[in-house]
Design a protein around this ligand. Sequence first.
Ligand code: F6R
Length: 617
Amino acid sequence: MCGIVGYVGPQPALDIIVEGLSRLEYRGYDSAGVAVLADGNLRTEKRAGKLQNLRDALAESPPPADGIGIGHTRWATHGAPTDVNAHPHVDNANRVAVIHNGIIENFARLRVELEERGSKFHSQTDTEIAAHLLSDELQSAGDGDLAAAMRRTCRQLEGAFTLVAVSTEDPDLVVAARRNSPLVVGRGQGENFIASDVAAFIAHTRDAIELGQDQVVELRRDSVRVTDYDGTQVEGNEYYVDWDASAAEKGGYKYFMLKEIMEQPRAVADTLLGRLGEDGTLSLDEMRLSPADLRDIHKIVIIAAGTSYHAGLIAKYAIEHWCRIPCDVDVASEFRYRDPILDPQTLVIAISQSGESMDTLMAMRHAREQRSKVLAICNVNGSTIPRESDAVVYTHAGPEVGVAATKTFLTQLVACYLVGLYLAQVRGLKYGDEIRTIIEQLAAMPDSVERLLDTMQPTRDLARSLADSETVLFLGRHVGYPVALEGALKLKELAYMHAEAFAAGELKHGPIALIEPGLPVVVVVPSEEGRGVLHDKIVSNIQEIRARGARTIVIAQADDESVRPYADDLIELPDVPTLLQPLVATVPLQIFACELALAKGNDVDQPRNLAKSVTVE
Ligand code: F6R
């Protein structure tokens, strides 16, 4: 969601900020703005729409290029995406400029109070109150201490927010505060950066400091000072970003998404790297849970959103099969409202690419309050969810810039399999050689995915031929069902088409009424091991829909002759064990959705209305 950049240093601040914002475009936004402070003057410029609109406005009437500054890409929550609602927001004296990510929940009451005290509001945003409040605090103290004013301001705000501000009162200082919404400092030589994620400053420095909950940071050219809301100095969490700027470039592809789909073999390989020791034992990244804790677990609950939720649904099959521990999977946004039964013997697995999804964060905090242990599966080092968890498995997919999750989904699956095997190892449920066999099967996956990617032209042609369809249905059984859900989600978010997935067995309980001549239906057929009852049943389902005129698009193992007679279109998969099949079966669905969206002229990297990291509930 909203992207934040701040800079203090000798380089032209405006260039650094606009460049940083362009690197954050992938987060999703609908307006953009900057504020630059130079020669004691504050100049803001903001525009609805794409960053190019802001660039055009800046070119028409350029502010000073040097000084210090802040910039923002906004994803509208309160107030439409207009110029006036775009950030930064300033106070009435044009003394303070503020940008914000998150939601200030008590903004309506604060706005009334501020209006009574004489503030004039220009926007419909919750953010503008922060600018007026900060200015009031600064003025009433009369000491020019922006950081202290920020601390007092934050204490009055409710909700989840990150605020970044500059003020004419202290023209060498950028101040930022963090509650829940992500914020990271980039430390340079004689310059410092602040951003909602490292992508914004990775071209300049890879030394980062992750800020904790309710912390305020003061950035000057040569110093970074972190305090809590009481002003007590605290240590930020310093780390080194282990990917470079080129990892977040398109590398010759027209879209990040295409590049990221093609990177999947490497991403899967990297996630597996170094997990299996010489002695055949499996190790995970940050396992702060003891074997005794893990042996005590009597229930697992997986919480996640969107694509990560689909990874969780697949994990359930593997974990229950390998570990014989009951495993629930919950949509994170629903979890805490259903009053879930949790205790210290429940292991909660929070899956989140970004590590910042507010729904997942709140769900895991709820679980921790009930004294359950939380294990995070995450792609972003140092993000909030892993920091607050008892154990972490990182997915090592590298930065994912395309808003739609692709390579991170495959790596989440690998991480889930690893967690399942690790639990089986610790609980003595699998012999070392059984674990080694499955790890070897996983290790063969990058090669299988690579070969599959080379055969995708017919899938692309098929997708283009369906660009005028209104609906596509997806069916699957067993792990193929979450794969079908993921295929439908990709199509909805990229091609803006109606798409729905069903467990194939549910078809006859209602959805079969949707089948009409020519309707494209994608069916994910279980692989070799799954032949027998599961396989035969889905072949019957294909026959049922074909008999009613559907256009059957069957995704099945290449040597599966039994489905050929009923497939109008056949997408062939390599031969892999059923439980691991999602690692290959998902790939054609990503390509199908991406190509269909491109055929419709959509921007697959930044689909409308979507944000990469959803930091509001
Ligand atoms: C879909 C997609 C979203 C995310 C969801 C959770 O392509 O990207 O559905 O999967 O917003 O995000 P994370 O995994 O960052 O918690």
